[in-house]
Design a binder for this molecule. Structure first.
Ligand code: TPP
Length: 533
């Protein structure tokens, strides 16, 4: 082995052993998948993702989503080795590491930067909260759409401000979940060539082998969604992994699925390839055995060889740092060339609304019959959207009923591969993915809205709850909220939904009873920068 190969293996084994040690110390957690996928984290965080550890909020950074959030130690180990800095509440790096070694020692303990599942806003470098399987991949579709939309709206000749890619790492569970299929189907339809999912095909879930319940050909399924499918027969073949990911650099009109075969808990003497290694500490004997297999000192815990840190931080990451410098210099020039657009971008990135955004919210005259609130909603939405260019969204195939369409010319019609500045989205009949995608859009600074009948929030609730948890300003436009919907009958009559949504912490639920209350509801919702309405 030459020196580079040695330090590569050392780096990969550092990710593995940190993960095992953290789970042992916590006496709970998921060691098997980080041990298996350490080569993926290594190649992504050291060679492929464009991000600047000094400025984790660089707007044009590539996004990484760990959709299988239970493998959180994989992400924490990578953030530690890459030296990603923590960002304070003011949006500036605090100078300290986002994941110091001490935090890894405190894995899964209260207030640690390394909670059991990654939490957005808590640990810099964590792009979204994951844990409920399937949510992360849906978020990644929203982020990839956001990249296209931001590019369409803000980029100008000579100012290629936005072109980031989105990578999501997902497990069998993510791809068994319906939301994963919904999101993949829409991503294929939209031809999101900036999106890459890396599927950990380890054929193990909690109850045992996937053959218990999952026997489709995932590659064929994704090919039929319109994805490019690439295979890596062995995750430990770094060359193969690298060339699979390099496929992304070849022009395509498809998102990419990289199917990686791995063995859970690779290297553990008796637990490798066994479902017991999924969600419980391996135990001292297995850990020692695995360390011996890796050629690692068995008595050492939380060992990070200094040459690994050095290796991680040179080369590609030094290059990315320079790219971020150049990006900020370009932004300074952009400010001079396009001051209005630059002011809008600043506003968007700060999570603020343009001045006078609510100046045209109408006031409706008294009317004995009363305008239907959904009609008022459509009018108000169109008024405020005129003044908030990054307010965008759509419905799960109920646009005409929900009145969610933006009809004025500056809304640029429907979003599509040929019309990336379009602000009207057709999510199809995919409520769950719609809500997950809106979270991804909001995570990139946009102000998304999602429409459907109130009763169908049943299909969106997990993503709505995560929006509330992450403090994302997503707007839900939910019509037909009454049990008096008439001929459609009880399937369409929401009875418990109001109470159910009001029970979600940090979800604001407004139920306007006339046109003017609807207008005020918009004022309340859009002013909220720190949670969904
Ligand atoms: C929506 C949802 N359902 C159930 C779970 C509980 N859970 C965590 S991991 C997992 C499956 C594990 O299998 P896989 O996704 O293949 O992950 P791996 O074992 O390869 O790490 C389940 C059912 C969850 N986190 N989210």
């Amino acid at each position: 082995m030459n020196r580079v190969a040695t330090v590569e293996q050392l780096a990969i084994n550092t990710i593995r052993t940190l993960s095992m040690d953290a789970v042992e110390a916590a006496r709970s957690g998921h060691p098997g998948t980080p041990m298996a996928l350490a080569p993926v984290a290594y190649v992504l965080f050291r060679e492929r993702l464009r991000y600047d550890p000094e400025r984790p909020h660089w707007p044009n950074r590539d996004r990484f989503v760990l959709s299988c959030g239970h493998a959180s130690m994989l992400l924490y180990a990578a953030l530690h080795l890459a030296g990603v800095k923590q960002v304070g509440p003011d949006g500036r790096p605090t100078g300290e590491l986002a994941v110091p070694l001490e935090a890894i020692r405190q894995f899964r303990q209260l207030h640690s930067r390394c909670p059991g599942h990654p939490e957005y806003g808590h640990t810099s470098g964590v792009e979204t909260t994951t844990g409920p399987l399937g949510q992360g991949v849906a978020n990644s579709v929203g982020m990839a759409i956001a990249s296209k939309w931001l590019a369409g709206y803000f980029n100008r000749p000579g100012f290629d401000l936005f072109h980031f890619r989105v990578y999501a790492l997902c497990s069998d569970g993510d791809l068994m979940e319906g939301i994963g299929s919904e999101a993949a189907s829409l991503a294929g339809h939209l031809q999101l060539d900036n999106l890459c999912w890396i599927y950990d095909d380890n054929r193990i879930t909690i109850e045992g082998p996937t053959s218990l319940a999952f026997s489709e050909d995932v590659g064929m399924r994704f090919a039929s969604y319109g994805w490019r499918v690439v295979r890596v027969p062995d995750v430990n073949e770094l060359g193969c992994l690298r060339s699979a990911l390099a496929e992304l650099d070849r022009p395509s009109d498809r998102p990419t699925l990289v199917i990686v075969r791995s063995i859970i808990a690779w290297g553990a003497p008796t637990k490798q390839n066994h479902h017991e290694a999924h969600g419980a500490p391996l135990g001292d004997q297995e850990v020692r055995g695995a360390k011996a297999f890796y050629g690692w000192p068995e008595n050492e815990q939380f060992l990070v060889p200094p040459e690994v840190l050095e290796h991680f931080r040179q080369g590609h990451l030094a290059d990315c740092h320079q790219q971020a410098d150049q990006w900020y210099a370009m932004l300074a020039e952009y400010r001079k060339a396009y001051p209005d657009l630059a002011a809008q971008l600043d506003c968007l990135l700060k999570g603020e609304l343009p001045e006078g955004w609510d100046a045209e919210i109408p006031s409706f005259p008294a009317d004995p019959k009363g305008m239907a609130t959904r009609v008022a909603s459509g009018k108000v939405l169109n008024q405020v959207a005129r003044r908030i260019p990054w307010l965008l969204g759509g419905s799960a195939d109920l646009g005409p009923s929900n009145r969610t369409e933006l009809t004025f010319p500056e809304a640029h019609g429907d979003f599509s591969v040929t019309n990336p500045t379009g602000r009207n989205f057709h999510f199809g009949v995919r409520e769950h993915a719609m809500a997950g995608i809106c979270n991804g859009l909001a995570l990139c600074g946009l102000r998304p809205y999602a429409g459907t009948f109130f009763v169908f929030t049943d299909y969106m609730r997990p993503s709505m709850r995560l929006a509330a948890m992450m403090g994302l300003p997503v707007l839900y436009i939910l019509t037909h909220d009454s049990i008096g919907v008439g001929e459609d009958g009880p399937t369409h009559q929401p009875v418990e939904h109001l109470a159910a949504l009001r029970a979600i912490p940090n979800m604001v639920v407004v139920r306007p009873c006339d046109a003017n209350e609807t207008a005020e509801a918009y004022r309340v919702a859009l002013q909220r920068g720190d949670g969904p309405t």
